[in-house]
Design a binder for this molecule. Sequence first.
Ligand code: BGC
Length: 352
Amino acid sequence: MNTDIALIRNTQHPSGAYPAGPDFSQYPYCWLRDGSFIAYAMDRAKVHASARAFHLWAARAIQAQSSHIEQLIERAQKGEVIPQNAFLPARYTLEGERKEDGWPNFQLDGYGQWLWSLGEHLRLSEESGLPDLLAPAVDLTLGYLRQFWAEPCYDAWEENPSRLHTATLASIYGGMMAMVPYRPEALETAQAVRRVILEECVQDGRFVKFIGNPAVDASLLWVSTPFGVVGENDPLMQATTAEIEHCLLWAGGLLRYASDTYYGGGAWLLLTAWLGWYYARLDNPERARECLAWVESQRNAWGHLPEQVPVSSTNARFLAYWTRQWGSSACPLLWSHAMRLVLRAELSRTKC
Ligand code: BGC
Protein backbone atom coordinates (compact mmCIF):
# COMPACT_ATOMS: atom_id res chain seq x y z
CA MET A 1 0.00 0.00 0.00
CA ASN A 2 1.04 3.62 -0.58
CA THR A 3 3.35 4.79 2.29
CA ASP A 4 1.35 7.92 2.99
CA ILE A 5 -1.99 6.15 3.18
CA ALA A 6 -0.52 3.41 5.36
CA LEU A 7 1.07 5.91 7.73
CA ILE A 8 -2.14 7.94 8.09
CA ARG A 9 -4.22 4.81 8.54
CA ASN A 10 -1.88 3.27 11.13
CA THR A 11 -1.61 6.52 13.06
CA GLN A 12 -5.33 7.28 13.18
CA HIS A 13 -6.60 6.79 16.74
CA PRO A 14 -9.48 4.31 17.27
CA SER A 15 -11.60 7.38 18.10
CA GLY A 16 -11.15 8.61 14.50
CA ALA A 17 -8.78 11.47 15.45
CA TYR A 18 -5.55 12.03 13.51
CA PRO A 19 -2.63 13.16 15.72
CA ALA A 20 -0.84 16.01 13.92
CA GLY A 21 2.66 14.66 14.55
CA PRO A 22 2.72 11.43 16.56
CA ASP A 23 6.45 11.61 17.39
CA PHE A 24 6.77 15.33 18.11
CA SER A 25 6.51 16.58 21.69
CA GLN A 26 3.92 19.28 20.91
CA TYR A 27 1.74 17.57 18.32
CA PRO A 28 0.14 14.45 19.86
CA TYR A 29 -3.25 16.21 19.52
CA CYS A 30 -5.75 16.48 16.72
CA TRP A 31 -6.05 19.91 15.15
CA LEU A 32 -9.28 20.51 13.30
CA ARG A 33 -7.21 22.18 10.54
CA ASP A 34 -4.70 19.36 9.99
CA GLY A 35 -7.38 16.71 10.49
CA SER A 36 -9.74 18.24 7.92
CA PHE A 37 -7.10 18.16 5.19
CA ILE A 38 -5.90 14.70 6.20
CA ALA A 39 -9.48 13.41 5.94
CA TYR A 40 -9.79 15.09 2.54
CA ALA A 41 -6.60 13.36 1.38
CA MET A 42 -8.03 10.02 2.50
CA ASP A 43 -11.21 10.76 0.54
CA ARG A 44 -9.13 11.61 -2.53
CA ALA A 45 -7.34 8.28 -2.03
CA LYS A 46 -10.78 6.60 -1.78
CA VAL A 47 -10.21 5.54 1.83
CA HIS A 48 -13.60 6.95 2.80
CA ALA A 49 -13.95 4.94 6.01
CA SER A 50 -10.96 6.73 7.54
CA ALA A 51 -12.35 10.15 6.61
CA ARG A 52 -15.78 9.18 7.92
CA ALA A 53 -14.30 8.12 11.28
CA PHE A 54 -12.58 11.52 11.53
CA HIS A 55 -15.77 13.43 10.75
CA LEU A 56 -17.75 11.44 13.31
CA TRP A 57 -15.01 12.13 15.87
CA ALA A 58 -15.08 15.87 15.10
CA ALA A 59 -18.87 15.95 15.24
CA ARG A 60 -18.84 14.27 18.68
CA ALA A 61 -16.20 16.71 19.95
CA ILE A 62 -18.24 19.71 18.75
CA GLN A 63 -21.61 18.38 19.85
CA ALA A 64 -20.26 17.74 23.35
CA GLN A 65 -19.88 21.52 23.62
CA SER A 66 -23.38 22.40 22.40
CA SER A 67 -24.51 24.28 25.50
CA HIS A 68 -21.20 26.17 25.62
CA ILE A 69 -21.60 27.19 21.96
CA GLU A 70 -25.17 28.33 22.53
CA GLN A 71 -24.06 30.39 25.55
CA LEU A 72 -21.23 32.01 23.57
CA ILE A 73 -23.68 33.08 20.87
CA GLU A 74 -26.17 34.35 23.46
CA ARG A 75 -23.48 36.33 25.29
CA ALA A 76 -22.26 37.91 22.04
CA GLN A 77 -25.79 38.83 21.05
CA LYS A 78 -26.24 40.59 24.40
CA GLY A 79 -23.13 42.63 23.58
CA GLU A 80 -20.82 40.93 26.09
CA VAL A 81 -17.10 40.92 25.37
CA ILE A 82 -15.93 37.29 25.24
CA PRO A 83 -12.30 36.53 26.17
CA GLN A 84 -10.43 34.65 23.44
CA ASN A 85 -9.78 31.63 25.65
CA ALA A 86 -13.54 31.04 26.02
CA PHE A 87 -13.98 30.22 22.31
CA LEU A 88 -13.82 26.73 20.80
CA PRO A 89 -10.33 25.20 20.66
CA ALA A 90 -8.08 24.70 17.65
CA ARG A 91 -7.00 21.26 18.81
CA TYR A 92 -8.43 18.42 20.89
CA THR A 93 -7.04 15.38 22.66
CA LEU A 94 -7.44 12.22 20.60
CA GLU A 95 -10.44 11.38 22.75
CA GLY A 96 -12.06 14.64 21.64
CA GLU A 97 -11.57 16.59 24.88
CA ARG A 98 -10.60 20.22 25.11
CA LYS A 99 -7.15 20.66 26.70
CA GLU A 100 -6.77 23.66 29.01
CA ASP A 101 -3.05 24.39 28.72
CA GLY A 102 -2.88 27.97 27.50
CA TRP A 103 -2.46 27.04 23.81
CA PRO A 104 -3.45 29.89 21.41
CA ASN A 105 -6.76 28.23 20.76
CA PHE A 106 -9.04 30.77 19.16
CA GLN A 107 -8.54 29.89 15.47
CA LEU A 108 -11.68 30.01 13.37
CA ASP A 109 -10.15 28.63 10.17
CA GLY A 110 -10.30 25.01 11.36
CA TYR A 111 -14.07 25.15 11.81
CA GLY A 112 -14.56 26.42 8.27
CA GLN A 113 -12.12 23.82 6.96
CA TRP A 114 -14.00 21.09 8.81
CA LEU A 115 -17.28 22.02 7.10
CA TRP A 116 -15.51 22.16 3.74
CA SER A 117 -13.82 18.80 4.28
CA LEU A 118 -17.12 17.25 5.36
CA GLY A 119 -18.80 18.63 2.24
CA GLU A 120 -16.07 17.03 0.13
CA HIS A 121 -16.41 13.77 2.05
CA LEU A 122 -20.14 13.63 1.34
CA ARG A 123 -19.56 14.47 -2.32
CA LEU A 124 -16.67 12.07 -2.89
CA SER A 125 -18.33 9.20 -1.03
CA GLU A 126 -21.56 9.91 -2.93
CA GLU A 127 -23.82 10.43 0.08
CA SER A 128 -27.18 11.82 -0.86
CA GLY A 129 -27.80 14.02 2.20
CA LEU A 130 -26.35 15.19 5.49
CA PRO A 131 -26.32 12.13 7.79
CA ASP A 132 -28.27 12.49 11.06
CA LEU A 133 -25.18 11.75 13.15
CA LEU A 134 -23.38 14.75 11.67
CA ALA A 135 -26.22 17.27 11.35
CA PRO A 136 -26.28 18.66 14.94
CA ALA A 137 -22.53 19.45 14.88
CA VAL A 138 -22.87 21.05 11.44
CA ASP A 139 -25.69 23.28 12.68
CA LEU A 140 -23.72 24.26 15.78
CA THR A 141 -20.64 25.09 13.69
CA LEU A 142 -22.68 27.10 11.17
CA GLY A 143 -24.27 29.07 14.02
CA TYR A 144 -20.88 29.64 15.65
CA LEU A 145 -19.28 30.88 12.43
CA ARG A 146 -22.30 32.98 11.49
CA GLN A 147 -21.95 34.79 14.83
CA PHE A 148 -18.16 35.09 15.06
CA TRP A 149 -16.67 35.07 11.55
CA ALA A 150 -15.67 38.75 11.73
CA GLU A 151 -14.01 38.39 15.14
CA PRO A 152 -10.20 38.83 15.13
CA CYS A 153 -8.54 35.51 16.02
CA TYR A 154 -5.24 33.64 15.71
CA ASP A 155 -4.23 32.73 12.16
CA ALA A 156 -3.54 29.28 10.73
CA TRP A 157 0.01 29.54 12.12
CA GLU A 158 -1.39 30.28 15.60
CA GLU A 159 -0.11 33.86 15.59
CA ASN A 160 -1.43 37.45 15.31
CA PRO A 161 -4.51 37.07 17.54
CA SER A 162 -5.94 40.54 17.00
CA ARG A 163 -6.14 40.43 13.19
CA LEU A 164 -8.54 39.40 10.45
CA HIS A 165 -6.67 36.95 8.25
CA THR A 166 -7.41 36.44 4.58
CA ALA A 167 -6.79 32.68 4.70
CA THR A 168 -9.02 32.32 7.76
CA LEU A 169 -11.85 34.22 6.07
CA ALA A 170 -11.38 32.13 2.92
CA SER A 171 -11.62 28.94 4.99
CA ILE A 172 -14.87 30.12 6.56
CA TYR A 173 -16.21 31.04 3.12
CA GLY A 174 -15.29 27.58 1.80
CA GLY A 175 -16.96 25.87 4.75
CA MET A 176 -20.16 27.88 4.49
CA MET A 177 -20.41 27.30 0.73
CA ALA A 178 -19.86 23.57 1.19
CA MET A 179 -22.93 23.40 3.43
CA VAL A 180 -25.25 25.41 1.15
CA PRO A 181 -26.68 22.23 -0.48
CA TYR A 182 -27.79 21.07 2.98
CA ARG A 183 -28.37 24.42 4.68
CA PRO A 184 -29.18 27.08 2.03
CA GLU A 185 -29.18 29.84 4.65
CA ALA A 186 -25.36 29.47 4.89
CA LEU A 187 -25.12 31.37 1.60
CA GLU A 188 -25.83 34.73 3.19
CA THR A 189 -22.83 34.55 5.55
CA ALA A 190 -20.63 33.13 2.79
CA GLN A 191 -21.44 36.13 0.59
CA ALA A 192 -20.74 38.58 3.42
CA VAL A 193 -17.35 36.93 4.08
CA ARG A 194 -16.47 37.02 0.39
CA ARG A 195 -17.29 40.72 0.20
CA VAL A 196 -14.87 41.49 3.05
CA ILE A 197 -12.13 39.42 1.40
CA LEU A 198 -12.52 41.22 -1.91
CA GLU A 199 -12.95 44.68 -0.43
CA GLU A 200 -10.54 44.67 2.52
CA CYS A 201 -7.98 41.91 1.98
CA VAL A 202 -6.68 43.23 -1.34
CA GLN A 203 -3.91 45.74 -1.87
CA ASP A 204 -1.99 46.61 -5.07
CA GLY A 205 -3.95 44.07 -7.10
CA ARG A 206 -3.32 41.05 -4.87
CA PHE A 207 -4.42 39.47 -1.61
CA VAL A 208 -2.60 40.33 1.64
CA LYS A 209 -1.70 38.31 4.75
CA PHE A 210 -4.20 40.10 6.99
CA ILE A 211 -6.19 43.32 6.84
CA GLY A 212 -3.61 46.08 7.16
CA ASN A 213 -0.52 43.97 6.38
CA PRO A 214 0.51 44.02 2.71
CA ALA A 215 2.92 41.06 3.02
CA VAL A 216 2.08 37.72 1.43
CA ASP A 217 1.70 34.44 3.26
CA ALA A 218 1.70 31.05 1.55
CA SER A 219 -1.70 30.30 3.08
CA LEU A 220 -3.13 32.86 0.62
CA LEU A 221 -3.11 30.00 -1.90
CA TRP A 222 -6.15 28.71 -0.01
CA VAL A 223 -8.23 31.65 -1.32
CA SER A 224 -8.58 29.84 -4.64
CA THR A 225 -7.34 26.36 -3.78
CA PRO A 226 -9.53 24.84 -2.57
CA PHE A 227 -11.93 27.41 -1.15
CA GLY A 228 -12.83 29.09 -4.42
CA VAL A 229 -13.30 32.68 -3.27
CA VAL A 230 -11.89 33.37 -6.73
CA GLY A 231 -10.59 30.94 -9.34
CA GLU A 232 -6.93 29.98 -9.84
CA ASN A 233 -6.84 32.05 -13.02
CA ASP A 234 -8.31 35.22 -11.50
CA PRO A 235 -5.82 38.11 -11.98
CA LEU A 236 -5.86 38.82 -8.21
CA MET A 237 -4.92 35.22 -7.52
CA GLN A 238 -2.27 35.08 -10.19
CA ALA A 239 -0.65 38.26 -8.86
CA THR A 240 -0.79 36.80 -5.33
CA THR A 241 0.86 33.55 -6.38
CA ALA A 242 3.54 35.43 -8.32
CA GLU A 243 4.38 37.44 -5.18
CA ILE A 244 4.32 34.30 -3.01
CA GLU A 245 6.82 32.65 -5.34
CA HIS A 246 8.95 35.78 -5.53
CA CYS A 247 9.19 36.21 -1.72
CA LEU A 248 8.77 32.71 -0.31
CA LEU A 249 10.17 30.13 -2.70
CA TRP A 250 13.66 28.91 -1.77
CA ALA A 251 15.32 26.23 -3.90
CA GLY A 252 11.98 24.63 -4.67
CA GLY A 253 10.35 24.77 -1.21
CA LEU A 254 7.85 27.31 0.10
CA LEU A 255 8.20 29.27 3.38
CA ARG A 256 5.09 30.23 5.39
CA TYR A 257 5.93 33.98 5.32
CA ALA A 258 9.12 35.98 5.03
CA SER A 259 9.63 36.91 8.70
CA ASP A 260 8.82 33.43 10.07
CA THR A 261 11.09 32.37 12.94
CA TYR A 262 9.48 29.05 13.97
CA TYR A 263 12.37 26.54 13.68
CA GLY A 264 14.23 29.34 11.90
CA GLY A 265 11.54 29.61 9.19
CA GLY A 266 12.16 26.61 6.93
CA ALA A 267 10.41 25.49 3.74
CA TRP A 268 7.14 23.68 4.45
CA LEU A 269 6.28 20.51 2.57
CA LEU A 270 2.54 20.90 2.83
CA LEU A 271 2.70 24.43 1.39
CA THR A 272 4.94 23.36 -1.47
CA ALA A 273 2.44 20.60 -2.26
CA TRP A 274 -0.25 23.29 -2.08
CA LEU A 275 1.53 25.37 -4.70
CA GLY A 276 1.58 22.24 -6.86
CA TRP A 277 -2.14 21.73 -6.23
CA TYR A 278 -2.75 25.32 -7.34
CA TYR A 279 -0.77 24.73 -10.55
CA ALA A 280 -2.43 21.40 -11.27
CA ARG A 281 -5.83 23.10 -11.05
CA LEU A 282 -4.51 25.89 -13.24
CA ASP A 283 -3.65 23.27 -15.82
CA ASN A 284 0.09 23.63 -15.45
CA PRO A 285 1.12 20.03 -14.69
CA GLU A 286 4.82 20.72 -15.29
CA ARG A 287 4.99 23.21 -12.41
CA ALA A 288 2.83 20.92 -10.27
CA ARG A 289 5.18 18.01 -10.91
CA GLU A 290 8.20 20.10 -9.90
CA CYS A 291 6.54 20.83 -6.57
CA LEU A 292 5.71 17.15 -6.09
CA ALA A 293 9.31 16.16 -6.85
CA TRP A 294 10.63 18.62 -4.26
CA VAL A 295 8.22 17.28 -1.62
CA GLU A 296 9.11 13.67 -2.40
CA SER A 297 12.82 14.41 -2.24
CA GLN A 298 12.39 15.27 1.45
CA ARG A 299 11.43 11.74 2.58
CA ASN A 300 13.67 10.35 5.30
CA ALA A 301 14.94 6.75 5.48
CA TRP A 302 11.58 5.57 6.87
CA GLY A 303 9.63 7.31 4.12
CA HIS A 304 8.45 10.00 6.54
CA LEU A 305 7.82 13.59 5.50
CA PRO A 306 8.69 16.39 7.94
CA GLU A 307 6.80 19.60 8.61
CA GLN A 308 9.63 21.78 7.31
CA VAL A 309 13.25 21.65 6.23
CA PRO A 310 15.93 24.32 6.69
CA VAL A 311 16.86 26.29 3.57
CA SER A 312 19.51 28.94 2.99
CA SER A 313 17.22 31.70 4.36
CA THR A 314 16.66 29.82 7.64
CA ASN A 315 17.79 31.70 10.73
CA ALA A 316 20.22 29.41 12.57
CA ARG A 317 19.70 31.17 15.90
CA PHE A 318 15.95 30.56 15.86
CA LEU A 319 16.38 27.01 14.57
CA ALA A 320 18.64 26.32 17.58
CA TYR A 321 16.20 28.06 19.94
CA TRP A 322 13.16 25.98 18.92
CA THR A 323 15.20 22.79 18.82
CA ARG A 324 16.26 23.46 22.43
CA GLN A 325 12.66 24.17 23.44
CA TRP A 326 10.82 21.30 21.79
CA GLY A 327 13.35 18.96 20.11
CA SER A 328 13.73 18.51 16.34
CA SER A 329 10.75 19.78 14.33
CA ALA A 330 7.89 17.38 13.60
CA CYS A 331 8.58 14.30 11.46
CA PRO A 332 6.39 12.70 10.35
CA LEU A 333 3.78 15.42 10.01
CA LEU A 334 0.58 13.80 8.83
CA TRP A 335 -0.57 16.98 7.12
CA SER A 336 2.58 16.88 4.90
CA HIS A 337 1.75 13.30 3.87
CA ALA A 338 -1.85 14.33 3.25
CA MET A 339 -0.97 17.21 0.94
CA ARG A 340 1.37 15.01 -1.06
CA LEU A 341 -1.56 12.61 -1.55
CA VAL A 342 -3.84 15.47 -2.62
CA LEU A 343 -1.30 16.70 -5.16
CA ARG A 344 -0.82 13.18 -6.54
CA ALA A 345 -4.57 12.73 -6.86
CA GLU A 346 -4.97 16.11 -8.57
CA LEU A 347 -2.19 15.32 -11.05
CA SER A 348 -3.72 11.98 -11.96
CA ARG A 349 -7.13 13.62 -12.41
CA THR A 350 -5.63 16.00 -14.96
CA LYS A 351 -4.16 12.85 -16.62
CA CYS A 352 -0.67 14.12 -17.03
C1 BGC B 1 1.19 25.12 12.68
C2 BGC B 1 -0.30 24.85 12.58
C3 BGC B 1 -0.55 23.36 12.68
C4 BGC B 1 0.12 22.76 13.92
C5 BGC B 1 0.02 21.24 13.94
C6 BGC B 1 1.73 24.50 13.95
O1 BGC B 1 3.10 24.72 14.01
O2 BGC B 1 1.43 26.51 12.68
O3 BGC B 1 -0.80 25.31 11.36
O4 BGC B 1 -1.93 23.13 12.72
O5 BGC B 1 1.48 23.11 13.92
O6 BGC B 1 0.53 20.68 12.77
